[in-house]
Design a protein around this ligand. Structure first.
Ligand code: SAM
Length: 360
């Protein structure tokens, strides 16, 4: 008997579009003046890892009710949505999940997206477990780059954190394979949790110095409601930068584009760069241009949202592209989310959507 699903599936009612944004003269902006530059698409809510801070085993166990197949957007539906978002200003698409490389035929989806949107920056975030085998096919299909998650270089710590007994060495091989296939620069995401893996911060920086890969240190966030988040477990990015700069001199680097999630720092001696993602201690809501499409086609306007808008219902109702575009534009125009700026111990306890469902 399947358990009650923890991921929130109630949707928000759709606003009435005032106009069709396709062909609109002024660029689309939300209520706080932010554009719709990035789209993250979760292609599956399943993962083969059980990272303790993301999909803890005691919740995501054999009884957990993952989405049934007919609720998941098809590749054709995803491509259609991507085209509609592109018409509204989206220029960067990240495929995520769950673990996106578990979605069968993901290379075909990448090929479809590339054909539909030749100019879009197309990236993917993965735990790396299936990346070595797929890297070349992903590149050939049109993927630009990958981000690989790796929380520790210490094998025992990493195996305990992914809770799937997956070894560090295989992820390192996958990172090299991705770079060789041309999916570079490879970004390497490390979620830093006090007392668990923070002793690995400097090692991680050292390991990737001079390789061309970019380690990015992410503050442990209060996404979802199953990961027992506590402020005490967060290592502020300022401390990460301080620890690394004690060993290797760093200087701030300019953002690659407005709204970039990571704050960039480069080694003064030319050894490359690192990034820090400080959603908790230095909220970047004011420049957040990211929309998220969940595996079942809900549009979320914030990573910390409690509910999304059911775009799949529109897509499957036979509605035309212009009408769907108008609905997305109306949703975006109303967007006023700024959760990280107003986070308190109380909001952190709210029942939010799980990251594995909405897409990291
Ligand atoms: N399975 C893929 C992976 O492992 O990269 C993609 C999905 S995962 C949800 C995307 C990213 O979110 C990973 O880098 C993961 O470490 C990060 N993440 C998950 N839960 C988090 C949390 N509570 N705080 C900060 N980052 C988190």
């Amino acid at each position: 008997m399947a358990k009650t699903v923890i991921a929130l599936r109630e949707t928000r009612s759709l606003p009435i579009p005032e106009r069709t944004a396709a062909g609109a003269a002024t660029p689309l902006a939300d209520a706080l003046g932010r554009s719709l530059h990035d789209l993250r698409i979760s292609v599956t809510d399943r993962c083969n890892f059980r990272c303790t801070y993301c999909m803890p085993k005691e919740v995501f166990d054999a009884d957990y009710a993952f989405l049934p197949h007919d609720q998941i957007l098809t590749f054709e539906e995803i491509t259609r949505m991507a085209r509609i978002f592109h018409g509204l200003g989206t220029r960067k698409i990240r495929l995520t999940g769950g673990e996106p490389l578990l979605r069968r035929g993901i290379e075909r989806l990448i090929g479809m997206l590339r054909e539909a949107l030749p100019d879009v920056d197309l990236t993917l975030t993965t735990n790396g477990s299936a990346l070595k085998a797929k890297a070349q096919a992903l590149k050939d299909a049109g993927l630009n780059r990958v981000t690989v998650s790796l929380d520790s270089l210490d094998d025992a710590t990493f195996r305990a954190m992914n809770d799937a007994d997956f070894p560090v060495a295989k992820v390192l091989e996958a990172i090299d394979a991705a770079a060789e296939a041309g999916l570079a620069p490879v970004k390497v995401n490390m979620v830093v949790k006090r007392g668990l893996n923070d002793h690995q911060v400097v090692d991680m920086a050292r390991r990737f110095r001079g390789t061309g890969h970019i380690p990015r240190f992410i503050e442990f966030m209060d996404v979802g409601s199953t990961n027992h988040w506590r402020m005490d477990d967060v290592i502020p990015s300022a401390e990460v930068v301080q620890r690394i700069s004690k060993e290797f001199a760093l200087e701030p680097a300019d953002a690659n584009y407005q709204g970039e999630v990571a704050e960039r720092w480069r080694y003064r001696d030319g050894g490359g760069e690192i990034g820090v993602i400080s959603s908790v201690t230095q909220a970047f809501c004011s420049t957040c241009t990211r929309a998220r499409l969940s595996t079942d086609g809900q549009l979320f306007t914030c990573l910390f949202a409690q509910r999304g808008y059911d775009l799949k219902a529109l897509v499957r109702s036979g509605m035309g592209d212009d009408e769907i575009s108008g609905s997305v534009a109306a949703i975006w125009s109303l967007r006023n989310d700024r959760y990280s700026e107003i986070r308190t111990a109380e909001t952190a306890k709210a029942r939010k959507v799980e990251m594995s469902f909405i897409g990291g």
